[in-house]
Design a binder for this molecule. Structure first.
Ligand SMILES: Cc1cc2nc3c(=O)[nH]c(=O)nc-3n(C[C@H](O)[C@H](O)[C@H](O)COP(=O)(O)OP(=O)(O)OC[C@H]3O[C@@H](n4cnc5c(N)ncnc54)[C@H](O)[C@@H]3O)c2cc1C
Length: 377
């Protein structure tokens, strides 16, 4: 933190306005982390923290006082000044890493990792499973651990992308580790082809990609062959720590069902969750039937105890209204008090649902995590 007397030059790039509104809307948890880590102000679980202005040298945050009647401003300095528009994202991530380190929280890591594709097959009509060999330090038990994959890897993918290349063609895409496991001698692997001692110690993983037409991410996943080496550019640990106790509500579409499947497999919370599984094809809701429960979990069979509600999505469905009505009117759900929410959906749906559930459930920022996993174009 520094004082306002310091020299500050407002950033002149027009991209900054989009950046400010995006971060204020979608990344409240990170801004609260900045306020907590870098300022002298007390931050409550519900205190809204906003970026007021971005300067070459840092960001100015506004933080309301307790009764929300006045705002206080605090300046948080970047490690390096912004010289070109692209620096802004890197400097923001650097602040996030610094704040997380200070507060002992997990956050995004900028690192290149290499995976080798071993196999791929459909697990439901539109979910393609990539079986890969993963890097040695891959986390084995963090549901929602995602990687930003470079869609130009392997080299052959570059040609494919070039054929469709426009400035706006997506070249990177986040996908989640559906499950990762280390091969141990004498232990059965979920991937039947890898049960040989030559793989001992190696980490294998599943990455499940939702195929929805002719799109860069789906085309990339479909094109991958056994032996292809693919690269990720970032690691992103999803925020799921708040789900360890209380009545949880999980809301997922095809892009976040891999996280929910893994959450259910390693569920330790004594209270089973409510799950809304939203798919565009009823057959894809069977995705959650393929859970690989650990021995200890079989006893409290989460598949029977969790309330799993498939929702068949359609272009004219108002998802927010539908979920809200189900919560209020379904006799099994109306009797429950929801303490924690995790979900990840399309941007407009996530925004509308966040607003509605915040009002109806009265949860704090920490207890209600509703993420944007994709944007309708
Ligand atoms: C942290 C994180 C983890 C993720 N994990 C996974 C994962 O494990 N598996 C997975 O499949 N996805 C996952 N996603 C979502 C994935 O990154 C996006 O859906 C990505 O946009 C897909 O790229 P695309 O090339 O298929 O489509 P885009 O380039 O985003 O869009 C192309 C077209 O497809 C439409 N479109 C995009 N996504 C969808 C959709 N889901 N349903 C319907 N239409 C769509 C768009 O409106 C557009 O018209 C994750 C996202 C994040 C942020």
């Amino acid at each position: 933190m520094s004082h306002s007397s310091e020299h500050k030059t407002p950033l002149s790039y027009p991209e900054k306005y989009k950046f400010i509104s995006h971060v204020n809307e979608e990344h409240q948890d990170e801004l609260a982390m900045f306020a907590e880590a870098f300022t002298d102000l007390a931050i409550e679980a519900t205190t809204p923290v906003n970026i007021k202005e971005v300067f070459v040298e840092g960001v100015e945050l506004t933080i309301p006082n307790e009764d929300l009647s006045t705002d206080q401003c605090r300046f948080v300095k970047f490690d390096q000044p912004i010289l070109i528009a692209e620096d802004l994202k890197a400097q923001y991530i650097a602040l996030m890493q610094k704040a997380a380190k200070k507060l002992g929280k997990k956050t995004i890591k900028l690192q290149n990792q290499e995976f080798t594709v071993k196999d791929s097959y459909l697990v439901t009509p539109n979910m393609l499973r990539l079986v890969v060999t993963a890097p040695p330090a891959t986390p084995l038990s963090h549901p929602g651990y995602a990687y930003l994959f470079d869609l130009t890897s392997p080299a052959s993918a570059t040609e494919q992308l070039a054929a469709a290349d426009t400035e706006s063609t997506r070249k990177q895409c986040y996908y989640t580790l559906r499950r990762a496991w280390q091969h141990e001698e004498g232990q059965n692997s979920p991937d039947a082809q890898s049960n040989t001692s030559q793989h001992q110690g190696e980490i294998s993983a599943w990455i499940d990609v939702y195929l929805h037409g002719d799109t860069p991410g789906g085309n990339w996943a479909r094109s991958l062959q056994s032996g292809d080496k693919i690269t990720s550019l970032r690691d992103y640990p999803e925020k799921i720590e708040h789900l360890s106790n209380g009545q949880c509500l999980l809301i997922a579409d095809e892009t976040s069902l891999p996280t929910v499947a893994r959450l259910l497999e390693v569920w330790q919370n004594p209270i089973a969750p409510i799950v809304f599984a939203i798919t565009n094809d009823a057959e894809d809701s069977k995705y959650l039937e393929n859970l690989e429960l650990q021995e200890a979990m079989r006893q409290m069979d989460i598949r029977q105890r969790a309330i799993i509600i498939p929702i068949l999505n359609s272009p004219d469905m108002d998802l927010t209204a539908h979920i809200s009505e189900r919560l209020a009117e379904d006799p099994d759900l109306a009797a429950l008090t929801i303490d924690r929410v995790w979900g990840a959906l399309e941007a407009a749906d996530a925004k509308a649902l966040r607003k509605r559930l915040k009002a109806e459930l009265g949860l704090t920022r920490q207890d209600m995590v509703l993420k944007v996993y994709w944007r309708r174009q």
